[in-house]
Design a protein around this ligand. Structure first.
Ligand SMILES: [Zn+2]
Length: 55
């Protein structure tokens, strides 16, 4: 798969990115400006959330 950039954080969590590659995961959630209304995750880019809402 080469669509990591477009993948939602929600999907990354299901893929256990936070376990497989903690640094990459932290890069996604650090300086979070949005959170997901669907699953409660927060991320720096709304593109990484399935139901983004501004913090
Ligand atoms: Zn979500």
């Amino acid at each position: 798969m080469s669509d990591n950039e477009q993948k939602t954080l929600c999907a990354h969590i299901e893929d256990e990115l936070q376990i497989k590659d903690p640094e990459a995961y932290v890069a996604l959630i650090k300086s979070a400006t949005h959170y997901c209304q669907g699953c409660g995750r927060s991320a720096a880019n709304e593109e990484n959330l399935c139901q983004p809402e501004e913090l």
